[in-house]
Design a protein. Structure first.
Length: 267
């Protein structure tokens, strides 16, 4: 059994502690059985559910929620597909009224082509949802100022993107991600843009608290195999960050001692 990183601090958001630092979505799978098998293979405990795009009636076998037991997974309602603060507020409250919980991954999109977030609308919605008793995990761009304002608004986690949603480009601006992590006290979860296991590993090496992904697993040729790979990559990236990488150099440095070597002429 693969264990979590040694000597690590607990992964705590709000009033909840998690073992896995990988959060996964539920969209784009070919079948519900494939979705559940992949999520289990990923080891993820927190699973996002797009309130606007799923049937909230658990009794319907064809619906996603019929296959996701809240006893097995921590279900995170998501306002994916919302383009205004008003829509995001409406669907966050609908998810809570439907019995999911008072957590929400807040997502307000500002541009249909790039799917980049509308930060002003996100900040407005975050403040209102926090005041309404929600534990808000806010999806945003990789801008430090917006991230700090979301923390000030009371979000339990800030979720800067690695690169545009569904792009699979990995972390485009690692410096910005590291600076956000350095400056915030709430957990920083990188969301969107991870394409494969190496992206997940590099993302975790920036020191962030976790990674959220969907397309990278669901759109893989073998989603279950990719889910296992992502689980290991997140663990490896976290372990590497905690271990502390060697200093990068522009010249070669021998890996073995250069003193006390046998004289080649007498070899």
């Amino acid at each position: 059994m693969v264990r979590d990183t040694r000597g690590d601090l607990p992964f705590v958001m709000g009033d909840h502690a998690f073992t896995s630092r990988l959060i996964v979505g539920t969209g784009k799978y070919r079948t519900n059985d494939e979705m559940v098998t992949a999520i289990r293979a990923s080891g993820a405990e927190m699973v996002t559910v797009a309130v606007r795009r799923v049937d909230l009636d658990r009794r319907r076998e064809e619906g996603i929620l019929h296959h996701l037991s809240p006893d097995e997974f921590f279900l995170l309602p998501n306002t994916a597909g919302c383009f205004t603060a008003e829509d995001a507020l409406r669907y966050a409250r609908l998810g809570r009224a439907a019995g999911l919980n008072d957590w929400v991954k807040l997502e307000v999109i500002g541009d249909e082509r790039t799917l980049l977030p509308d930060t002003a609308a996100t900040l407005a919605a975050a403040g209102e949802l926090v005041a309404d008793g929600f534990k808000v995990m806010a999806y945003t761009n990789d801008d430090l100022i917006t991230a700090m304002r979301l923390e000030d608004a009371g979000c339990v986690a800030v979720m800067p993107l690695a690169s545009p949603i569904g792009s699979g480009l990995g972390v485009v601006n690692p410096y910005y991600i590291r600076e956000i992590k350095r400056r915030l006290t709430v957990p920083v979860i990188v969301d969107a843009g991870v394409g494969t296991a190496s992206d997940a590993c590099v993302t975790m090496e920036q020191g962030v608290d976790g990674v959220l992904m969907n397309t990278a697993i669901a759109a893989a040729s073998d989603p279950v195999g990719m889910a296992r790979a992502m689980k290991l990559a997140v663990l490896a990236g976290r372990e590497a960050y905690l271990a502390g990488r060697m200093a990068a150099r522009e010249i070669a440095v021998p890996s073995s001692p250069t003193t006390g070597m046998l004289d080649r002429e007498h070899g």
